[in-house]
Design a protein around this ligand. Sequence first.
Ligand code: 5GP
Ligand code: MG
Length: 457
Amino acid sequence: MCGIVGVYCNDESLTSKIAYFTLYSLQHRGQESAGIAIADRGSIELHRGMGLVTEVFNENTLTKLKGSSAIGHVRYSTTGESKLENAQPILVKSKAGYLAVGHNGNLVNYPQLRAMLENEGRIFVTNSDTEVIAQLLSSFLMKFDVVESLSLLHEKLIGSFSLTILFNDVLIGFRDALGFRPLCVGETDFGYVIASETCALDAIGAGRVRDVKPGEAVIIREGDAEFVKIAESKRLARCVFEYIYFARPDSVIDGVSVYRARYRMGKILAKESPVDADLVSPVPDSGTTAAIGFSDGSGLPYLEVLIKNRYVGRTFIMPEQRLRELSVQLKMNVVRENVKGKRVVLVDDSIVRGTTSRKIVDMVRRAGAREVHFRVGSPPIIAPCYFGIDMSTREELIASNKSIEEICRVLNADSLAYLSLDGLLKAVGFKRCELCLACLTSRYPVPVPGEVTEPLS
Ligand code: 5GP
Ligand code: MG
């Protein structure tokens, strides 16, 4: 999972700062590393580092990055490999010129593509699938124009990819034909901004916002934006987990407000799985919007029971098991006065491994709740994601191995219910064939080795 941006600005001294502010607004999409690449008189300058956007950049580094076109990236830690070489954007140089790529998504055929390129004698410096994209695109650009090269690139890639690209001083946003990951464009007084989510465009006051359509590229040359259809698909596969958990609730993805979708998830859940209780409370922050929907749908009062430490960022690794057990308590505390003797409904957006949820139920009980009922704003997560969400393996996914009754016992809750798949579809407002639901159905929209491909219906 990652966040990407692209900026064209007619004031060279502002470009890197706009890239910085938009990346800052996408910090929730990745906290592991950040980077900006900027086109500067025939070459591309790159600044990357490990950590948060505010840790990687300062006034000084931003002022040194001068030019009209830039791309930026924030990276989310997926499978290990948390090191600087894998930070993005990735920069390559060929006879065609400089090429920088920022990628949100995951290539399923990365091993095959990398082996193919290595057999041709190419050398890789990272373990990231983005480098394969950069190498392939760079070789196409030596022979073909931008549109032709993007179309050839699209033919080679299997998986999810929203990209921002800097080719010399041409700025490009490109979204795969299934539309797994979001991408949008906004216009400003000074030019254009491309970003993973609309919240980044709002942050810098961009107007006339529109999504980059699945299979479409936006190509910005010297301040002129051109939208070109590059590839087509019989189905779409927008990631439903963007709506459930990942995206910021103030973003609008493909015309659907993330907030409205989450609110409806909670409201429909309340109708599907009502419970006799005294109050509804979210597991903050990600469960908040669904909990408000649940309260409205059930008529139960909404009250905060868990307070999150605002300054808890990345979950740091506790060196010792005894300290590790404390990690949830450090992040969250219970408002005892709100739970004493009460029947509490806790609403969260999702359960992945079940470890956090178990500890939270335990905390609320120990604080004096009479009953603790758990409600989840999405269906059970039963299968891994190969398209960029860090869901790990089936062994670690609690709902992959256990029935809802068994999970309820593990959580030590008085009752447990998940939103139905139909309820989720209603909440988001897309048809099955417009979404990727693989983590909930174990049926994948594109062929993944060892997994079942969903037939087109
Ligand atoms: P669990 O009880 O499964 O251990 O944790 C559930 C919590 O993890 C939920 O509050 C949910 O918002 C959160 N969550 C879901 N997906 C992700 C993810 O990809 N990364 C992180 N850090 N948290 C997640
Ligand atoms: Mg959460």
